[in-house]
Design a protein around this ligand. Structure first.
Ligand code: SF4
Length: 403
């Protein structure tokens, strides 16, 4: 895989040792066995795959080059470059300003941009209308475009099935930058499109697909999630599913299977090829690998799990969801969240930050992982913080092996 120029402060000598151990043991990345990092009586378990992905390293490399190459010019990021508050803050500290917040609300008047300004397009891509606006201001939108190739792959897939007269269902979070970018393209090729968040939302479409409920009810229930002119009589004839690259793999599969069954119910088994386009999920390799490696962690014993990353990071959230099946999970943004007797963390159920108690003295085995936008240096800081909180002196030479 390509090597990127990622600033040294995102790296970690400690985590590098774990990566090196796994690389030497399994050079072809054939298994998902987790690693053990032991510091005296304290053990950390790290999944086979975690942390920065291809798209994030590519984006960081391009963004820091943009800063370096344009001293004296105004450098903007269209929105958060990736969903990691630390990385976004680092770029701001280097003078980069945001044009929009993560929901697409303007933070800077686009009309004030001039052609000399530098605009970095984030890894999630950008809606076509936004790119058009930037182009009209004379901004070069190609020079510092960090759109991940795996996101572009989804756009190509959507174009392909959309052109075969398929209404496209996008499995994603409708306010997520990537889903908004994908949706803006999908509607250019497909007769119609709709975004569904999860299986529950997919199931609520059934009475409209089966024409048991009215167009008016559809428009009210799915307001803001379907393309202009969506007609339940015309646009539920042939369906295809693509997803945001960072959704839960099993859920996308369930949703696609569900729509397939519905189309069989509506048109009959023998007609299915004309009414459903069978796409496999469009998750990226990193989401797939990280989720597989996290599922493997459900086979180990541990007292708790720490998941590090931005609270609005979709791929990180799904890692926390998977680990919650077995362990008490602490979803943290930084090492500063960790205190002697509680950890400030994001609660997925409450969708808010809570102070969750923990007993730093009695904990012996901790799973630790980070999403695709989490630098190794953050996991390193968390490990050091826990080591220090337990009243330990300088860190010993770690033992690294398989968990
Ligand atoms: S998570 Fe996947 S799609 Fe997103 S930036 Fe990383 S490699 Fe690209």
């Amino acid at each position: 895989m390509k090597n990127f120029n990622v600033p040294e402060f995102y790296r970690s000598p400690l985590i590098h040792k774990v990566r090196q151990f796994q690389k030497e043991r399994d050079p072809k990345r054939k298994d998902t066995l987790p690693a053990l990092l032991r510091l005296d009586d304290l053990e950390f378990i790290l999944p086979r795959h975690f942390g920065f992905c291809y798209g994030v390293e590519n984006a960081i490399d391009i963004a820091f080059s943009a800063v370096e190459e344009n001293k004296g010019k105004r450098v903007f990021l269209l929105s958060q470059m990736i969903h990691n508050p630390g990385v976004n803050q680092d770029l701001q500290n280097h003078g980069v300003r945001f044009l929009q917040d993560t929901d697409g609300k303007p933070l800077f008047n686009l009309d004030e941009l001039v052609s000399e300004d530098v605009v970095i397009i984030p890894a999630f891509g950008a809606p076509v209308q936004t790119l058009e606006k930037l182009k009209n201001k004379g901004v070069d939108i190609l020079k510092y475009n960090t759109t991940c190739p795996f996101v572009e792959r989804v756009w190509k897939k959507a174009e392909q099935i959309g052109k075969s007269d398929c209404t496209i269902v996008v499995h994603g979070k409708y306010s997520h930058e990537e889903t908004r970018s994908t949706f803006s393209r999908v509607v250019q090729y497909a007769p119609a499109a709709i975004i569904v968040l999860n299986m529950e939302e997919a199931q609520r479409l059934e009475p409209y697909i089966m024409l048991q409920k009215s167009q008016e009810e559809f428009e009210s229930e799915f307001k803001g999630k379907f393309s202009k002119g969506f007609d339940i009589h015309r646009h539920f004839q042939k369906l295809g599913v693509v997803n945001q690259t960072t959704m839960l793999a099993s859920e996308t599969q369930e949703i696609a299977d569900y729509f397939r069954r519905l189309m069989i119910k509506k048109f009959g088994e023998s007609e299915i090829l004309s009414h459903f386009s069978d796409t496999r999920d469009t998750l990226c390799y990193a989401t797939h690998e990280n989720q597989e490696a996290t599922l493997q962690l459900l086979n180990v014993q541990a007292d708790m799990a720490i998941v590090a990353g931005g609270y609005n990071s979709s791929n990180t959230t799904h890692l926390a969801e998977l680990l919650e099946k077995k362990f008490p999970v602490y979803f943290v943004a930084d090492s500063q969240s960790i205190h002697n007797d509680y950890i400030e963390c994001f609660d997925l159920g409450k969708q808010g930050i809570i102070q969750k108690p923990w007993n730093s003295r009695s904990v012996k085995r901790i799973i630790i992982t980070g999403g695709a936008s989490c630098p190794d240096a953050l996991l390193d800081r968390i490990i050091h913080k826990i080591w220090q909180i337990r009243g330990n002196p300088t860190m010993p030479e770690p033992f690294i092996g398989l968990a």
